[in-house]
Design a protein around this ligand. Structure first.
Ligand code: PLP
Length: 389
């Protein structure tokens, strides 16, 4: 039987699903209500107001009962017809996943790969779109924060690179929403996808998707099919409902988590993620470990780092979890054989960072890596101290 509350669980620095605040656990455990009741209408309306404040949009925003990937699939199937051309800019594993989703939906994908650990160069996007004088490119697809490398893409500059080309901007903000900057309306993002289980501190299973007026103008009734047809969500939203049975408990939970974020202030919550990024990076560097993300583009959600050559990631993760009660994450894709990820996304306090680094130091020492215990911690604590005093 797994531990039932967070206090009993190991120190949980997972990239998603992330740790749950007790307030959120309690909110998600309320007795069930009908999804056609007045109480639900109120819940829907409240959550919508808060979600709009986190996504910074006044436009359409829908709740889908699915993991984040369902939202990504909806972002393509509702607005891109089979055979239409899209540009997919990828800097890692999840950018590649967005490409796969677009291909599966029948889009003609032009794939632009940038080196892992670096961000998208907005100038390359600008050049591609300027060269497309016949406006054959219907959308540009990219991740806000790439969870395999920990890189934050310059979303604002990429959006500006569109110029007056009519292409839609479809953004995977699943791991970066509320951990890194994102301004849906101000930056003119057409479809933004997020999900419950990362910085939103809610159990997995609920996706969020925004839709701009420009995106609606390209709506594809046939491709949208039935369950993920966003027109149906728009019609139900007029009654503060979803077309099918929603994940009511997850909506209760997210309503509470969104309150926590807004009580703290969205900017402050994001700033805490960046404080943790800085503390983790300082600690890992002091231990002599190489980081995947370049300093200039490292994001607030996770830090990916290389292990010394003779140390196996799987053995390290197991040692850290079983002996030191701490959950870190494995690397993804081409990074999986020689790296780990230290997640600092969601419900993470300064002391969680300290514990995670302490556990890593102990496990590295046990694996034979030459280090002086406390060296990484000292750098990490100095960074936290400097940020808070
Ligand atoms: C976690 C993640 C996904 C996948 O989300 P699921 O909820 O597992 O479908 C997609 N993109 C990014 C950037 C992610 O971090």
């Amino acid at each position: 039987m797994p531990a039932l509350n967070y206090a009993d669980a190991p120190f949980f620095l997972n990239a998603g699903p992330t740790a749950l605040p007790p307030r959120v656990v309690a909110a998600g455990s309320q007795p069930m209500i009908s999804h056609r009741s007045e109480t639900f209408h109120q819940l829907y309306a409240e959550l919508l107001v808060k979600a709009r404040q986190i996504l910074l949009t006044q436009g359409d925003l829908f709740f889908l009962t699915s993991s984040g990937s369902g939202g990504l699939e909806a972002s393509v199937s509702n607005f891109i017809a089979p055979g239409q051309k899209v540009l997919v800019a990828s800097i890692g594993n999840f950018g590649d996943k967005y490409r796969d989703i677009a291909q599966a939906a029948g889009a003609e994908v032009e794939y632009l790969a940038f080196p892992w650990g670096r961000a998208i160069d907005p100038q390359v996007i600008a050049d591609k779109l300027r060269a497309d004088t016949r406006h054959e490119i219907k959308a540009v697809l990219f991740t806000q924060h790439e969870t395999s490398t920990g890189v934050y893409n310059p979303v604002e500059a990429i959006a500006a690179a569109r110029g007056d080309h009519p292409a839609l901007l479809l953004v995977d903000a699943i791991s970066g929403l509320a951990a890194c900057p994102l301004k849906t309306d101000e930056w003119g993002l057409d479809v933004v996808v997020a999900s419950s289980q990362k910085a939103l501190m809610t159990p997995p299973g609920l996706a969020l998707i925004t839709v701009s007026e420009r995106a609606w103008a390209s709506f594809q009734e046939q491709g949208a099919r039935h369950y993920f047809n966003l027109r149906r969500y728009q019609q139900s939203a007029a009654k503060n409902e979803t077309p099918e049975t929603p994940a009511v408990s997850l909506m209760f939970a997210m309503n509470e988590a969104a309150s926590m974020i807004l009580e703290q202030g969205l900017d402050d919550y994001i700033a805490a993620h960046y404080r943790h990024r800085d503390a983790v990076r300082a600690g890992l560097k002091a231990l002599g470990l190489a980081l995947v993300a370049d300093d200039r583009c490292a994001g607030g959600a996770i830090t990916s780092f290389y292990l010394p050559e003779n140390i196996q990631p799987a053995a390290m993760l197991k040692l850290i979890a079983t002996k030191y009660d701490t959950v870190l994450c494995g690397g993804l894709g081409q990074l999986s054989a020689h790296s780990l990820r230290f997640a600092h996304v969601g419900y993470v306090r300064d002391m969680d960072i300290v514990v995670g680094l302490a556990a890593l130091e102990l496990a590295l020492k046990e694996a034979g890596y030459p280090l002086t215990l406390g060296n990484g911690l000292a750098a990490c604590q100095e960074a936290l101290y400097a940020a808070r005093n």
